[in-house]
Ligand binder design. Sequence first.
Ligand code: CA
Ligand code: CA
Ligand code: CA
Length: 275
Amino acid sequence: MIRHRSWCIAFVPVFAGIARADVFSYECNSFPDEAGWEVVNEVCDAEQWLDGGWLFQHVETGCGGPPGGGQFDYTRSLAEFIGEPAFFIEWRIETDGDQSEIDGVAPAALTAGGFGVVLYHFTIAKDQVRFIRDFEPPTLWIDIDPDVPHTYRLELFGEDLYIWYIDGQVIDSGIPGAAYPSSTPSINWRAKAWYLESTTQWDYIRYGTIPEPASGDFDSDDDVDLDDYYFFQDCVTEPNTDAGPGCTWADFDGDSDVDHHDFAAFQVTFTGPTD
Ligand SMILES: [Ca+2]
Ligand SMILES: [Ca+2]
Ligand SMILES: [Ca+2]
């Protein structure tokens, strides 16, 4: 991912806040409880700090464990997105926690569920991810490269389709158990020690309405402004490089990259700094 390319300096990157018309974005520039997340658990002297747009969470065993020890859990309601026909959750994370921790839903996890049949449950370790859907088999185990961040993306299209990506590659897709968000929906994420200590770092967690392709309008609020530009920068690639499923809104000419041609179109579409 190339950022701040020389032709991209026409706008000063500004990011005013987190609340968007149809997207919630936590960019890890502040602590979760300051950014709209509800604290479920912050226990056992777990450490948390911010560095360069990342949230770091260090957890160790103790306080009666192992199993168990330090833990951070956060949640937000997804009720405002009930009935949304095209919904996404995307997050970028790296952890050094061992895959043996996955049995304890550690070292890192993100879930979207509620009181209905639908559950999307991701448990992430240093070099492996476990995906459980709707409390039913099959459970998927995916190997990932260690020591680098990975981008995870879940797309939901009503009752018709779910797609799960890692780094832009489709890992799994199919017909969901039911439309989601539904049935008192919420998103939850955590870092946790089970038998081993670990450090997990989060770059962002974003969710909401999937933006229209080639619209320039990431947050689907019918403008193309500096808020959208913040995310446009994140999509910029070298020419002829696939920008991935999270960037189709920024690919104006539909050739899969987000390059200087797309930036020229973005500038033409630009409606003003902010509304
Ligand atoms: Ca970040
Ligand atoms: Ca917008
Ligand atoms: Ca393009």
